[in-house]
Every structure is written in C-alpha cells, then in structure tokens.
Design a protein. Sequence first.
Length: 94
Amino acid sequence: MTRSNNRKPQDIAVAYLLLRMTIGLNIFIHGLSRLLMGVTVFADSLVPMFAKTFLPGWSVYAFGLVLPWVEPGSRSCQVCNRTWRRDFWSTSLL
C-alpha cells in the first residue's frame, strides 16, 4: 500500500493551529490554577519536594514565585502568536 504525500498547506496550517491551541491552553490553565490557588501556596509546596536535591530552598521558592506568572503569559502568547517554535523554545528554558 502506498501513501500519498499530497497534503494541502491549509490542512497543515489547521493541524499546527490545533496543536498550538491545545498545548497552549493546557499550560495556560495549569498556570492560571496556580495563580488562583495562591502563588505563595504553590512556592511553599515546592520547597519540601526539592528538599533532598542539591538546589537551595531559597532558589526553589523564588522559582515557585515566578513560574505561575510566566506560564500563563508565555502560553497565551503561544496561542495568539504565529511564532510558536520560538515560544516553545523560550518556555523550555524554564
């Protein structure tokens, strides 16, 4: 059985749009739930989880304070923007 590779450019564009929206909304809602829960509650919950690692507690706490604000912002840019590769790379640095 042979597979034809004659996909329409608009089909590929729709597929990327659905992928971008699905992943972006998922992470956006994940970050938004952390904001609604309370940033300090989230940061406090991270410190015991990383207690047995080499990371100092203050850096884990600081990261926990910043992450809930960065996640929804970066993923809303991903959903609205057409440069999704750059958005994926920039947020993967987190």
